[in-house]
Design a protein around this ligand. Structure first.
Ligand SMILES: *[C@@H]1O[C@H](CO)[C@@H](O)[C@H](O)[C@H]1NC(C)=O
Ligand SMILES: *[C@@H]1O[C@H](CO)[C@@H](O)[C@H](O)[C@H]1NC(C)=O
Ligand SMILES: *[C@@H]1O[C@H](CO)[C@@H](O)[C@H](O)[C@H]1NC(C)=O
Length: 330
């Protein structure tokens, strides 16, 4: 009996000792966050995640109290460290991202002050969710091919990221371990087609190639690369032609982005450091700051309904390092 009491006492003391201090309010917030994102943890991991969550929350509050062009908020990544996030969601560096002389031909403006392909017609599919797989490059690719095909044909299809994850390896792509839109467009061109999302559903993990030529739904006639660091070339393409795929470097503050114009003086701006690929669907400016309107692939609960704005005109985080789009074959 005495031994049991001792044991219980020891257990209680041990808990008090190892579980760092947090308020009831903190824990309440964490619990409601867990239920919002349908997450459950075993007791040990629970306290570990709670700590990371509270550190992230502190970082977010500190950022939001400062004077910044963008704000941060809690989202589905709030219980992850950046190292964990990077491992599950981003590309490994370096990718072979370097069009020293691209084949996009710019005209000489003038360009409209703002453009948003989401409002020009039925040209942009809903934001998708890559899940824990470094397949952002496949979503940037399908997003761009969906848009260029819709602009050419009037039909907006949903195209298959999983085919790119499973089948595009011969073009320096590595499924959940990364790839690049320009290389994926090359694959689609040489492979003669990409299937639809419906016929080749997304699984967020690597698998065997199940491409069926008779079900190919979208085609690439040519791949257009924009010369590295030619951000005006991107403006030219988005203003005159279509949305454009690009890559850039995500650093630790970006996973907490909520809204506003993202800027950073920490991220790198060179081709060898890009680790995430997305889709520019337009551009505009806010209080004198020009920015890109960008479709991400982290679901609609992240950022501005799945989108984000990033400063334009400075090759911010290397966003002009490696941009491209396909010419559709229709
Ligand atoms: C870059 O290209 C080289 C040569 O084609 C290749 O061996 C290497 O795997 C590529 N790197 C990546 C990350 O795809
Ligand atoms: C565009 O980029 C891809 C992938 O890096 C490359 O294979 C292709 O040769 C480039 N195309 C042109 C016209 O430079
Ligand atoms: C990268 O940023 C540095 C520092 O702001 C700047 O000097 C350099 O020109 C930039 N390089 C590119 C390729 O944009």
């Amino acid at each position: 009996m005495n031994r049991l009491i001792l044991l219980v006492l020891f257990a209680v003391l041990y808990q008090v000792h190892t579980v760092p201090l947090h308020t009831e309010e903190d824990e309440f917030l964490f619990k409601s966050w867990l239920s919002q994102y349908n997450k459950k943890y075993e007791i040990n991991e629970y306290y570990q995640r709670l700590q990371i969550f509270l550190e992230n929350k502190k970082k977010i509050e500190h950022h939001n109290a400062g004077n910044h062009k963008f704000s941060m908020g809690l989202n589905q990544f709030s219980d992850m460290t950046f190292a964990e996030f990077k491992k599950s969601y981003l590309l490994t560096e370096p990718q072979n991202c370097s069009a020293t002389r691209g084949n996009h031909l710019s005209r000489n403006g003038p360009y409209p002050d703002m453009i948003d392909w989401r409002n020009k017609g039925h040209y942009v599919t809903d934001v998708k969710n890559q899940g824990p797989c470094g397949s952002c490059w496949t979503f940037s690719t399908t997003g761009c091919l969906e848009s260029v095909t819709a602009i050419a044909t009037g039909k907006l299809l949903q195209l298959a990221e999983q085919q790119l994850v499973d089948c595009a390896g011969a073009f320096n792509n590595h499924g959940c371990n990364g790839g690049l839109p320009s290389q994926a467009f090359e694959y689609i061109m040489y492979n003669k087609g990409l299937m639809t999302e419906e016929d080749y559903p997304y699984k967020a993990k690597d698998g065997e190639c199940r491409f069926k030529p008779q079900l190919a739904a979208a085609f690439v006639k040519d791949v257009v690369n924009i010369t590295k660091y030619d951000e005006m070339g991107m403006v030219d393409a988005v203003a005159r032609l279509n949305p454009v795929s690009f890559a850039y470097e995500v650093t630790n503050d970006f996973m907490h982005y909520k809204d506003g114009v993202y800027t950073s003086n920490v991220c790198h701006n060179t081709t060898d450091m890009v680790n995430h690929a997305v889709l520019a669907v337009g551009y505009a400016q806010e209080n004198g700051t020009p920015y890109w309107i960008v479709k991400n692939s982290w679901g609609t609960h992240w950022g501005i309904n799945g989108y984000f704005y990033i400063e334009r005109g400075k090759n911010m985080c290397g966003l002009a390092a490696c941009s491209s789009y396909p010419l559709p074959l229709v």
